[in-house]
Design a protein. Structure first.
Length: 296
């Protein structure tokens, strides 16, 4: 986040939009858990998402990846994508209720045994995922089992919103670090000490190599694989997959990605996430400008 003051109109815009967001959060948190999750999902799907242009961007991305899909189906996926984003947002602000619900979830998949073995011998672990379902669901389930899992986050453009959003990540357990020199130093110290860290890798990064993602080239950072190789860390893809009831989750840890080539390892991560999206495209955040290969 830049230290340069924003122009006054922009700062006012950030302040006002944060007031709206905080108002929605506070009103929603007055409701019982299930009602608040459904409400905010509906508000983002039918109100905030379309107003912000997110629905149109999601539809455009879907049209690029699935050109033969009926337009009606693409619109339905975009709507459910926004609903999932709203649900995820308020779940992550439910700092008491959500972790309590996830504490009873038993993680699945071959990556769990690998994580447990690594923790026992204090081998670093990098848990990698995308904006699919709700990744905090799996982190909360693992924290409830005694893992101290930190994370690396990207500062939001709105500094007022960023200040309290970071606190939601800290509430799930484990240290969190901002992207940049200061955050990376703490991130590396945690890894060197045998810690576990979460990385989200599915956003466009200018200058990163173009790798295949859902059949299209997408600039993808190699940093997760590079860190894993540098610090002899396990690289485990994981997912918090929303169930059909819209409120509960499966926490899935896939087998660790091995190899010595960061590019090939990162392509394996893209393929892993791509398979999850193909299985249920409604759970991925189609709103990101993921494919910007011609902007470089």
């Amino acid at each position: 986040m830049s230290d340069t003051p924003s122009p006054l109109p922009r700062r006012i815009g950030h302040y006002v939009s944060n007031l709206v967001i905080v108002g929605i959060i506070r009103l929603a948190l007055l409701l019982p858990y299930a009602a608040r999750v459904r409400l905010v999902g509906w508000v983002v799907q039918h109100g905030l998402g379309p107003l912000a242009g997110y629905r149109r961007r999601a539809i455009d991305n879907l049209a690029m990846i699935y050109p033969d899909m009926p337009a009606r189906r693409r619109r339905a996926i975009a709507g459910r994508c926004l609903n999932n984003a709203g649900r995820t947002f308020i779940e992550n602000y439910s700092a008491r209720d959500f972790p309590q619900r996830m504490a009873g979830v038993v993680p699945q998949g071959p990556g769990l045994a690998a994580l447990e073995r690594a923790a026992a011998k204090r081998q670093p672990v990098i848990l990698v995922t995308g904006h699919y379902g709700n990744y905090e669901a799996t982190r909360a389930a693992l924290v409830a089992r005694g893992f101290d899992i930190g994370g690396l986050y990207r500062d939001m453009a709105n500094p007022y919103f960023n200040a309290h959003y970071v606190k939601t990540m800290e509430a799930f357990g484990g240290p969190v670090f901002p992207q940049g020199r200061r955050g990376t130093a703490g991130f590396v110290r945690h890894l060197k000490a045998g810690g576990q860290l979460v990385l989200l890798f599915d956003q466009h990064v200018f200058g990163a190599p173009p790798l295949d993602f859902l059949g299209q080239p997408a600039n993808t950072a190699l940093s997760a694989a590079e860190l894993a190789l540098r610090y002899d860390a396990l690289l485990i893809p994981f997912y918090g997959i929303r169930r059909a009831d819209g409120l509960s989750f499966d926490a899935v840890l896939e087998a660790p990605v091995s190899g010595t080539d960061p590019r090939a390892m990162t392509q394996a991560l893209n393929d892993s996430l791509g398979a999850r999206i193909e299985a249920d495209p409604t759970q991925w955040f189609w709103v990101h400008r993921r494919w910007r290969i011609h902007d470089n």
